[in-house]
Design a protein around this ligand. Sequence first.
Ligand SMILES: [Zn+2]
Length: 501
Amino acid sequence: MMRKYFTYALLLGPLLGAQNKETENSVYQQNWVLSEKENEALAFDADIRLSESELTLDKKLFRLRKQFLSETEKQKIPLYNLSFNEIKPLIESSTLFKIIQDMPKGGLLHTHSGGVTDVKWVIATARKYKECYVYDQKDNDRFIFGQLAFFESGKVPEGFVNLDKKLTSDAHFEKELQELLILKRDNLCNYNNYWIEFEKRFKRISLLLPYRPFFKEYYIKGFQDLAKDKVQHVEIRFIFDELYDFQHGKYPVKTSVTDLQEIVKEVRRSNPRFSLKLIYSSFKFLDPAAIDKQLEMAFQLKKEFPDMISGFDLVADEAAGHSINSFRDNWAKLNELNKKYGIELPLFLHAGESNSVFNKNVVDISLLDNQRIGHGLNLIYFPKTMERIRKQGKFVEVSPISNQILGYVSDLRNHPARVLLSNGIQCSINSDDPGVYGYEGLSYDFWMAFVYWELDVKALKKLVFNSINYSSLNDGEKKKSVDYLNKEWNEFVQKINLTVN
Ligand SMILES: [Zn+2]
């Protein structure tokens, strides 16, 4: 109704000039303006003041988005009813995407070991190892079709064939294998149990990653892609495996950490400010006794590598795993463990990756020392908890594309994070498992958020800076990281203003 009235008022403006003035000064209109301001003051980015050049950029991005939307409308592309997979080429061809690729993104605070790197690269690199094999039989209890692994010759289990030979002899197999390693949501109406398919993707590469030579290549590639996409800091929910090779056998768990430290040094040669933290991750389907052991291991690792290990998380499908509350005895022991090891191990739990009100994991978050929450999608159904989390200054790591692919949100305009942001809950944008979803970097998620959530430069800037301010970098590292980000951000604003009309 209101909008219609304003449209008419605009159209008839010249005729109704006098009347307009009266409406503007009316108490009703003053209250309307006040209400709008009150809403704006609640938003997560209310404290950001843009510079003149940022305001210029804002106008440009607003116009580019408008042009993009009217162009898709003209071409009769039903943008809001298409999945990420379907619009990926459209995103890539847009000017907006090129600008977002150029935008410094600060930190990627939510991603997983095994989900970081492009699967096309995984296949191309794995086949170079003559000891790499692929399982090409029907799924059984031990292996599934398309599962990759390394074996010494003479010790290859039945059903596995050499990967390079298989790819050379069967022209269709590369495409088939790619499809087996990528999870797509082809259209927005085919909801099934995505988690079963999702976990199969991880299983297919799970035997590749602990092989130490491949492990090193995998993370160098993953980090370089992220750095190229203007991500300066990465935090991985890391599942610790014993690395191995055939000369030496198994290495101790800490070898993953020391190898990653070396890899970071290597990445820093071309990207001097690149940094990494690992969040020790275990699984929600384990029992409390097993989690006790996992917590001890996490404390031991953090004690040895305080600058590398930042905290603890439990991953896996929340609908199938145990509730956070069922581990309450484990959480109650955290203080004791803090004292025993003389260090703190904050929680970074996934909570509320769900559409159900029966999943109450977010309620636990407001009661635990858990500064950062993975997903928090159903937080909006627990208003008191949401308010508490806002007051506690707790933070939500949002992964728009992941949430669509795993079936939690269809039309991204309806993503719950919009409610969190307008209620003043601080968030950042993340990619969760880009390798498994068939893309690299963080630009796609920012593009989706910018277009579907009608963000402006103020919101983008706040999301980007949040990702460093709420990172687990220590105070000294954080200061350096923010200084660098500020410099990069200002350069980006100048560059786009100069090059884009
Ligand atoms: Zn996750």
